[in-house]
Design a protein. Structure first.
Length: 380
């Protein structure tokens, strides 16, 4: 059949499209649909979903604004406009913040800082936070400015500073006005005891000397609780075994035995860590007797100190770390409170449970360990 014959075969009745036209239209529709799907997939995979910017920033309760590279306000939520002006879009950030030079400077320099403001007759503190919009290393196209209200945090910090000042004054009072007269009383008592030869009087003096030593220990513990229990210095990598042995050498342990079954290295203030072990060793000897056995080991997230003494009454576990708690006549009731304070200062969690031998087991968790290479060196 000739080409003319094929053309005449495809020819339809007058006024109707040919089959070729239908095929071309169908292919064109497929191309359009394919292109649309491709664009949708590209935007989905790239994470660029259409977002209502104004609705998004108005979801924040705190003041938020978006700036362009020239620090012109592109968009601001209701709290931001209420704080500075009713309509500020299109104005420069410098003009908007003209009455608040500290915020103005933070925005201009793109630095985070805390600033105080007077609003409705009340002092408020805000932390100026700035976040760049744009992928690195390309320079950010825009900036998000957020003013985070930290008034409560600053007020609490001021209260803590006032409390610390009172504690320091209290510690000075104890150190000078109580310790010095006590040292004089101890010296005079010792001098009298050396000059008498009366068994009855010697017995009374011995009781007096014991009371003096107890008073000295109470003063020492109160000073530690006031000055050092919550204060933690610079953290360093400390082999747990080193701190344990240092503490053991500082405590009168009589016939008590010690077992250390860990080579872990932790991040801690070594001086405070040694004090933790000192207090726990004294506590074990006071309650478990001169021949108590003490074990140090690792647990998930930290370490434990256990003994084979009489243990702790479950009803007392909730109050054992409170100042003044003591189940022994020889204790001061402050040793475990100091332990809890030092643990809190490190960000650790301390709890007490029953050891495998039926005694007390003090567990410290949320403890930051040192890098593995330091732990391996300690094991060697």
């Amino acid at each position: 059949m000739s080409r003319l014959g094929w053309a005449s075969a495809l020819q339809l009745a007058p006024g109707e499209f040919s089959l070729a036209y239908y095929l071309a239209a169908f292919v064109l529709v497929l191309l359009i649909i394919g292109a649309a799907l491709g664009l949708w997939l590209i935007r989905t995979e790239s994470g660029e979903q259409p977002v209502d910017s104004e609705r998004l920033i108005n979801a924040f309760d705190e003041p938020v604004a978006v700036l362009d590279p020239e620090d012109t306000v592109l968009l601001a939520n209701v709290p931001f406009r209420t704080m500075f002006d009713s309509e500020i879009e299109g104005d420069s950030a410098a003009d908007v913040l003209d009455d608040y030079p500290a915020i103005q400077e933070a925005v201009a320099e793109k630095t985070e800082r805390d600033v105080e403001m007077e609003r409705e007759g009340q002092r408020q503190t805000y932390r100026v936070l700035l976040y760049p919009i744009g992928r690195q290393p390309r320079p950010p196209r825009k900036w998000i400015v957020l003013l985070h209200d930290v008034t409560d945090h600053h007020d609490r910090q001021a209260e803590l500073e006032a409390e610390n000042k009172q504690l320091e004054e209290f510690a000075s009072l104890i150190s000078h006005d109580l310790r010095n007269p006590l040292d004089v009383a101890i010296g005079r008592t010792n001098a009298v005891k050396e000059q008498i030869d009366d068994p009855d009087l010697e017995a009374h003096l011995a009781r007096t000397q014991d009371s003096h030593e107890r008073m000295r220990q109470i003063i020492t513990d109160v000073l530690t609780l006031a000055r050092d229990s919550h204060g933690v210095g610079a953290l360093e990598s400390v082999p747990l075994e080193t701190a344990v042995m240092d503490a053991w050498s500082h405590v009168e342990t009589s016939e008590a035995s010690l077992s250390v079954d860990t080579q872990v290295v932790i991040q801690a203030d070594q001086q405070r860590l040694v004090r933790v072990f000192e207090n726990l060793f004294r506590n074990a000897v006071e309650h478990g007797g001169d021949d108590v056995s003490i074990e140090i080991g690792s647990i998930e997230g930290g370490f434990f100190v256990a003994d084979d003494g009489p243990g702790i009454d479950p009803d007392d576990c909730s109050v054992i770390f409170e100042p003044g708690y003591c189940s022994s006549e020889d204790g001061t009731g402050l040793g475990l409170a100091i332990v809890a304070g030092i643990a809190e200062g490190h960000g650790w969690t301390v709890s007490v449970t029953e050891s495998t031998d039926g005694g007390a087991q003090f567990e410290f968790t949320s403890v930051e360990t040192a890098p593995e290479d330091l732990t391996a060196q300690a094991a060697e």
